[in-house]
Design a protein around this ligand. Structure first.
Ligand code: SF4
Length: 315
């Protein structure tokens, strides 16, 4: 048996956008999640990913409802547990395209341990952190990325602590290999970021600044209205910036994503918001090479190996 025995026979098929679309999303009108869902569907279309070879794994939260709206395999899992599940899938099914959808509460609070370990394992998958800075599904509690002073149901007088920075945290993890940032209100750049991340040989981590108009009001309005509040990062190895985007967002910066120090500085920068590939570590180790050992074995070979282990205890 080999890996191809696990898959449906590939045929020459041409997919259209509808092939990736599931039931209509029920997020609030104007929620940034709508744009992110469309970007993911556009990526599947552009890469012509077979729906039966694509899996979207999520945790819990508004954003984690996303797999329901994809016509692919999906796993709406437990709070904070999307990443270990995705790593398990990657270990046994390296032939699948794996996308992880996680929110700021899901990833950076209850799932933080899994998040750091998954970054270190660096197994090939595309991880989308849909960061809206609030717990939306449970109706406005302070999340790890809520801005200091944010009035929520858990902190009516304002969040007392500075927000955790997911970019700087991710970049600092040993073996982290791809850390990018984009925003839901620049859909073409969001799509380009997903496209670049999907071809990365390792875990690509993308923080997407996501608007939650229901609980964060006009928090991002200044950024949406003023292109100068965004700075697009450019590099041949980075996210492609289309001509139209270049015209609308003239504030651009040549940034070598292999420069760790510069990546951290950009990660800590609030304004202008650095969008694009901040950090790239091409030579990072990956657990894939270990996890896939023995995957291409015949049933007989597996039985022989199992019996050999059992025989160790024979007297
Ligand atoms: Fe989107 Fe916020 Fe509504 Fe949740 S509460 S669906 S994050 S706008």
């Amino acid at each position: 048996m080999n890996i191809s025995d696990w898959t449906l026979e590939p045929r020459l098929r041409r997919f259209v956008l509808e092939d990736y679309q599931g039931p209509v999303a029920r997020w609030c009108p104007s929620c940034g999640n709508h744009a992110i869902l469309l970007a993911l569907q556009r990526l599947c279309l552009s890469a012509q990913l077979a729906p039966e070879k694509t899996v979207v794994v999520s945790g819990i939260g508004c954003s984690s409802r996303l797999p329901h709206h994809m016509n692919t395999y999906g796993f709406h899992s437990l709070h904070g547990r999307a990443l270990p599940i995705a790593c398990g899938i990657r270990a046994r099914r390296p032939d699948l395209h794996i996308f992880v959808i996680t929110g700021d509460g899901d990833c950076c609070a209850i799932g933080a341990g899994h998040w750091l370990n998954a970054l270190r394992l660096n197994m090939k998958m595309t991880v989308l952190l849909l960061d809206n800075g609030v717990y939306g599904l449970t109706k406005k509690q302070t999340s790890p990325t809520s801005p200091k002073g944010f009035h929520s149901n858990t902190h009516p007088s304002g969040a007392p602590l500075s927000a955790l920075n997911p970019l700087a945290t991710a970049i600092s993890v040993t073996n982290a290999s791809f850390v990018a940032q984009c925003a839901d209100w620049i859909p073409d750049h969001l799509f380009a970021t997903l496209k670049r991340a999907h071809v990365h040989e390792g875990l690509s981590f993308i923080r997407i600044r996501q608007r939650c108009p229901h609980f964060m009001g006009d928090f991002w309005d200044d950024y949406v209205k003023d292109p100068q509040k965004q700075c697009l990062l450019s590099d041949p190895a980075g996210v492609e910036i289309g001509e139209e985007i270049k015209k609308i967002y003239p504030n651009q910066l040549a940034h070598d994503p292999r420069n760790l120090g510069a990546a951290i500085e950009l990660a800590l920068q609030n304004e202008p918001l650095a969008l694009g590939l901040l950090y790239l570590n091409v030579g990072a180790e990956s657990y894939d090479s270990y996890a896939h050992r023995g995957l291409i074995c015949s049933t007989q070979e597996k039985l022989t190996a199992l019996n050999r282990e059992f025989d160790k205890f024979s007297v």
